[in-house]
Design a protein around this ligand. Structure first.
Ligand SMILES: Nc1ncnc2c1ncn2[C@@H]1O[C@H](COP(=O)(O)OP(=O)(O)O)[C@@H](O)[C@H]1O
Ligand SMILES: [Mg+2]
Length: 324
């Protein structure tokens, strides 16, 4: 029987999707990648494959999960299996430089950015970079390596200290700091290449902005006396010229499901700085709004599954290439 196969490495993030599949009676199986065997002499099973690999998988002890996923996607694509967020999505997921190149190619403004490899070159790059700036990891997620520097000396001290956090792929980005007057960013969610909704995120608490419930800390609500502003608020009717541009970027890279983040400075200029092909949704914000990201994904994948043709009996079917 054909199923939806979910490729991932974080159980917590799949839980709400699992519930959404069950509710809709969509048959599915999880492929938890990180270690395992890909047998190239076999054919993948019939179904639709949804890649939810995350750039931050190494922070959960799954150092090679993206590489493992790339191998599995190459095998699936060789067998012409339908993949949602295939190898091109993965390429963007693990590289902000690739994201910015894709955005700029579609005429979407990104913050001024330099990519530096090596500690000496981070400093060399910073010498000609206007302050304030931030550093971030090229292969990131969860706000890895995001730090604000108001002067060069502070960066020098940081890069030379034991606190320096080397990026997994060796690439540190120096990036123009975009100061939003209201301390918010906007994340625009797409499912099936179409706008689902946009969510406004309060950034006054810092740079780690994973919307999944599993990432939340208890005091994620602003603790300031008398104020209880929710961190995530879904915008009722979001309409913005960037929506169409984002849809074009996603289509050009064969990405069906993603959350794209932008920030607006004091002059009203929007800068787009993050494409999350592995996206998560905030349940409190969704409860207030009524729309459901995982529900929409489950419906979309269920519809795609209905169109899958089942192959002949002659093929040797593979064992799951992960840990079940
Ligand atoms: N250029 C920037 N100017 C101001 N704030 C930024 C900038 N880039 C990132 N941030 C802040 O840091 C957070 C994490 O950065 P992001 O690029 O989204 O990395 P990640 O992929 O780790 O989520 C953003 O959501 C935003 O609040
Ligand atoms: Mg982000």
């Amino acid at each position: 029987m054909a199923k939806v196969y979910v490729i991932h490495e974080n159980d917590e993030w799949v839980r709400p999707l699992r519930a959404a599949f069950e509710e809709r009676q969509v048959p599915f199986e999880e492929w938890f990648l990180g270690t395992g065997v890909v047998d190239l002499t076999t054919s993948p099973p019939d179904g639709i494959f949804y890649n939810r690999m995350s750039a931050s998988s190494h922070t959960r002890g799954h150092r090679y999960a993206p590489e493992h996923t790339a191998a599995v996607l190459a095998w699936l694509e060789r067998h012409e299996r339908p993949v949602v967020n295939g190898s091109r999505a993965l390429r963007l997921e693990v590289s902000k430089v690739a994201q910015y190149a894709a955005l700029e190619a579609a005429g979407v403004r990104t913050p001024r950015t330099l990519a530096a490899v090596g500690r000496d070159d981070i400093l060399r790059a910073a010498e000609r970079f206007p302050t304030p700036f931030i550093t971030k990891h090229n292969r990131a997620g969860k706000g890895l390596g995001v730090r604000l520097f108001r002067e060069l000396a502070a960066l020098e001290a940081y890069v030379e200290s034991d606190d320096f956090d080397p990026p997994l792929d060796g690439i540190t980005l120096l990036q123009q700091y975009v100061e939003a007057p209201e301390s918010t960013i906007t994340r625009v969610e797409f499912v099936g290449g179409e706008l689902l909704y946009a969510v406004q995120v309060d950034t006054s608490q810092g740079f780690e902005l994973c919307p999944a419930d599993a990432c939340r800390v208890d005091d994620a609500f602003c603790p300031t006396a008398g104020e209880n502003r929710a961190m995530f608020t879904i915008i009722d009717r979001f309409s913005h010229p960037l929506v169409e541009s984002y849809a074009r970027v996603l289509a050009a890279h064969d990405i069906q499901i993603a959350g794209v983040e932008f920030i607006v400075d004091g002059d009203g200029v929007a800068y787009t700085y993050d494409i999350n092909t592995n996206t998560n949704y905030n349940s409190e914000a969704e409860a207030l709004d009524g729309r459901s990201g995982m529900g929409t994904i489950a419906t979309y994948l269920g519809q795609r599954l209905a169109g899958v043709e089942v192959s002949g009996p002659s093929e040797t079917l593979a064992a799951a290439p992960g840990q079940g």
